[in-house]
Design a protein around this ligand. Sequence first.
Ligand code: MN
Length: 747
Amino acid sequence: MIKASEIIANTEHLVEPRFEEQYQALIETCKRTLPSVDEELLRRAFLFSYHAHKDVQRKSGEAYISHPLAVAQIVAENISFDDVSVAAALLHDVVEDTHYSLEEIRAWFGSTLETVIDGLTKIGGIFSSRELGQAENVRKLMLSMASDIRVILVKFADRLHNMRTLKSLDLPRRLKIASETLDLFAPLAHRFGLFAIKSELEDLATSILHADEYDAVVRGLQETSEEREAFINSFIGPVRERLQQDGFDFEIYGRSKNVYSILRKMKMQDKPLDEIYDVFAIRIVLSADGSRGKEDCWRVYSIITDLYKPLPERFRDFISVPKSNGYQSLHTTVLGPRGRRVEVQIRTQQMHQIAERGFAAHWRYKEQVTQSDGKLDDFLTWVRDLLENPRPEAATEFVKEFRLNLYHEEIYVFTPRGELLTLPNNATPVDFAFQVHSEVGFHCIGAKVNGRMVPLSHRLTSGDQVEIITSKKQTPNPDWMNFVVTHKARSRVRHWINEKRRKTIELGQDVWRKRARRSRVEADDRALQRAARDLKFPNTQQMFYELGSGLLDPRELVKVLKEGVDAPQESDEPRWQDHFESFLQSAHETGRPGLLIDGELHTDITTKYATCCNPIPGDDVFGFVSKTGAISIHRFTCRNATHLLSTNADRIVQVEWSRQKDVQFVTALRIIGEDRVGMMADITTVISKNLKTNIRSITVDSEDGIFEGTIVLFVSDLDHLHRLISRVKRIGGVHGVFRFEEVGDEA
Ligand code: MN
C-alpha cells in the first residue's frame, strides 16, 4: 500500500493554481465559520482527493476535483458544522469513484471519517443505480443518517452542487433529479433548519421542473425590482433612524422570498405575480446575543409597531416558543406606506445563524457540547421523529417517548416508498400491511422483506424494508389470527372473518331456498333443525354456512328431509365462483397492452393513457394513481408530468412497457412544408400505404405557400413512429416533421 504521505508529497507540487486558490478560499471560510480548524487534516484530505480524482472529469468537462472542493465550500459556508465534515466533503466521492478503498480512508484519516465516507458511498451508490426506486434511496438515506449526522450534511451539500451543475445531464435525468430534490432533499433540509440550502434547492429544482413559470416569475421580479426597492427603502428609512437613535447595533434589509414559494403562493391563492410579492418582507438582525438580545428583539418590536400599525392576527413569537427545528424569531405584519402589508422579522445574530444554517450552527453556540453528548442523540431522535411525524408540535413529546421505546418494544420498518412505520416487536408482514391500509391487509398474499420473499408469518426486525404483494382475489386467512400482533390487524381480521361467515350463511340460506323450491321441499325451522342434527351439524347456522361455502351439497339436505327418498338428479348450475374465475380469465386474455407496474405485470389494475401526452410504447413513462385506483400513464416530457412528480410523489408508480400484442396507440405528427400540389396525397400515401398505418384524422392549414398539417394516427410503438417520421421527412417539400404532443384537443 502506498503511504498517504507519499501520495501527498507527490501531489503537493501538482496542484493547479486555480484549485490551490479555491482550496485557500475554503480554508478562509472554515476559519471564519468553524469553531476550530484542523488545517493539517484538511490539507491531507484535499491533496488525497486531488490525487485520487486526477485525470477524471465531470460530465460538464470540469476537472473532477472542482466538485469535492465546491461541496466542501458549501459545507463550510452554509452548514458550518465542523472541520471533519469539511474533510468528509473533500473525500466524499473517493471510495465510490476511484480505486481507493474504505480501508485506506480508515488507515489514513481514522474511523470517524471512515464512517462518514462509508455512509456517503452507500447513499451515492444507491443514487447512481437506476434500478432502485426512490423509496430505497430514502430508506438508505435515513439509515445512514443515523450512523453519523455528517453523512446527511455532506449529502445536502453534494446535492446542492449537483443541482447547480445539472445542466450537463440529459432532460429525463434532470427531471428525475430535480423532482427528487423537491420531494425529498428540500423538505429534509427544511427539517434540519438549513434554510439557505433548502431555498436554493427549491429554486434550482423549480427552474428545471417548471422552467417557463420560473422564468416568468424571475422576469416579473426583475421588471419591478426598482419599484419594490424604492418602497422598501421608504419603509426602512424611519426604522433605521429610530433604531440608530436608540443605540442598537443592527442590520436591516428587504428579504426576498424564493421563486419557489412565490410560485406556490400564486398557485394556492390563484393570484397573479403582482398581487403576491405585494407582501413585502423586512428583516432586522441584532448583534446583541443572549438574554440581552432577546430583550432587544422585543424593544425593536415595540419601535416598529410605534411607527407602523401592526395587524395583530399576524404576530408570531418564535423566540419564547422556538420551532422544532430550532428556528427563533419574532414575526409581525404591519401596514407600511400606502397601506401595503409588510412582514417584519426580528432576530438576533445567533438566531439568524440558526435560521440560515440549521441545528448544526446551534451547536456552535454551545461549545461545550461534544459529539458524544446526549444532544447528538436528541438531534437524531428529533430527525427520526420528524420523518415519521410531520406535525412539528408533536416533536417534543415524541422525543421523550421515542427514547424510551427505541430498540425495546418497537421496531422501525420502511415501506417501499421509504416511509417509516413503527410496529410492535414480533410484528409480521400482515401487521405491516394493515398498518399501511386495511385494503392492503385484506388482500395481502405475500411479502418481500429487503427484496426477498418471506412467509406472511415472518417476524420483522428494525430497518427492514417491507413490500406487500396483494391480489384482489386474496382475502384474509383465519390462520393469520395465530401470528398477527397489532390490535389493528387482529380486529380487522376477526371482523372480516365474522362478516364473511355471516354472508356465507346468508348465501347458504339463499342456495337452500332456491333448491327447496325446485325440489318441491317444504321445511320449517323445526324440520331444518332436525336435518342439521341428522347431518351432524351443531346447529342450522353451521349447516347453512357449509351450504354457502359449497362444502355441503344441497341435494344431501333434500335427501335427508325427504327421509331417504332419492331427490331427482339435476344438472349442476355453475357456481358464482366459476363465473367470477372465468371473467378474470377472459379479462386477462383480452390482451390489455402490457405494462409493468413497479416491475410486475398486473392484470387487475385499470390503466389509461393520458390524453395530455398520449404515450406510446418506447416513451419514458410513469404511472399516476387516480383516486379511483386506476393508473394513468404519462410521458416524462408531458406538460403535467413535473407537477405530478413533484407534488404527488406518493401517487407515482414506476411503469415500464412490456412486450406488446397488436395494440395500436394514438399519436400525432405535425408536418410543415411547401404548400404544393399533391402534398397532401403524398403524405397520406407514404403513411397509409408504405407503412400500413391507420390515419384517424388530418387537419391542414395553408398560408402564404406554407403547408402545416396535423395528422392523428395509430402506431404500435416509438420505433414505428420514428420510422414514419423519417419516411415523411423524405417527401419532397417537407421541411419538418414533429411529434405533436397534444392529440386530445386536435382530434
Ligand atoms: Mn458528489
